[in-house]
Ligand binder design. Structure first.
Ligand code: FES
Length: 127
């Protein structure tokens, strides 16, 4: 579980040579929006999901160095599973449909490190 740290503690932890990663976890949401009829994550609530995730992480005091970063991304090239998000360093890909899914990704994976199996993108599902 990620414990909330002070900004100073988090920065010190992130700056030590032993730190494996600047952030403990990093989630990227595809927010890609296509013109015309082509489908994209933006048409399936990606912005709202990103906003919800970011607010929850901030409210939990878990945003910042040594903790969790929530980032926007362009097309992640797994559009057929969209809307998608990917969590590093585990490289776990999620497909979500509603607020409940986002809440579960935050509570289970981003805060407690437990992968949400039911939301995993099937291996090999790409564009
Ligand atoms: S449009 Fe979201 S993965 Fe391609």
């Amino acid at each position: 579980m990620i414990e909330p740290k002070s900004e100073e503690q988090a920065r010190a932890a992130a700056e030590t040579p032993a730190a494996a990663s600047y952030y403990e976890r990093h989630i990227f949401f595809c927010l890609n929006e296509r013109k015309g009829d082509e489908d994209c994550c933006a048409r399936h609530g990606a912005q709202e999901a990103f906003d919800r995730c970011k607010l929850q992480i901030k409210a939990a005091g878990l945003s910042g160095p040594g903790k969790v970063r929530v980032n926007k991304a362009g097309c992640l090239d797994r559009c057929a599973a969209g809307p998608v998000a990917v969590v590093y360093p585990e490289a776990v890909w999620y497909s979500y449909v509603d607020n409940q899914d986002i809440d579960e990704i935050v509570a289970s994976h981003l805060i407690n490190g437990k992968v949400v199996e039911r939301l995993l993108v099937p291996a090999g599902q790409g564009r």
